[in-house]
Design a protein around this ligand. Structure first.
Ligand SMILES: [Zn+2]
Length: 142
């Protein structure tokens, strides 16, 4: 299941994914973009990633984990890193970047399919390298 969620101030949004649909989307009680993020992070319930902040209902997440037999404690780090409620892709705007890349390169499909595939791959690799350099959490693991 993929979903799109607006941040608290409504100026930005993120595509999210929920691994195995294990946690309902409302476990993410708040999503803050760099423009509306809180001044301080409560580490027990929040995770910060390049200026964005995700706030989880860790107690409810823990209840779901317990029912499903997941032994790791439902910390924000684990919920995010294990992909139970996290960015779709590596960063909030990844879905759109991917769509735009495909649209931009689409004319190549009929001209030169091999070049299309190669360009798709090299541009995506460059995108991931930029995310990694910028410090996005999920990109660090790639
Ligand atoms: Zn915002």
């Amino acid at each position: 299941m993929n979903l799109r969620r607006f941040c608290s101030c409504g100026r930005n949004s993120a595509s999210l994914s929920c691994r195995d649909n294990l946690l309902p989307a409302e476990i993410l009680v708040n999503l803050f973009c760099p423009e509306c993020r809180p001044g301080s992070i409560m580490e027990a319930t929040m995770l910060a990633d390049c200026g964005w902040v995700l706030e989880y209902d860790v107690d409810r997440a823990q209840a779901y984990f317990t029912i499903k037999g997941i032994r790791s404690p439902a910390t924000p780090d684990f919920v995010f890193d294990a992909g139970y409620l996290s960015w779709q892709g590596l960063a909030p705007g990844d879905q759109e970047v991917n769509t735009r890349l495909h649209q931009r390169l689409a004319p190549l499909i009929e001209q030169d399919l091999a070049l299309y595939l190669q360009s798709l791959r090299s541009e995506w690799v460059a995108h991931v390298a930029r995310l990694k350099a910028a410090g996005w959490r999920k990109a660090q693991a790639t």
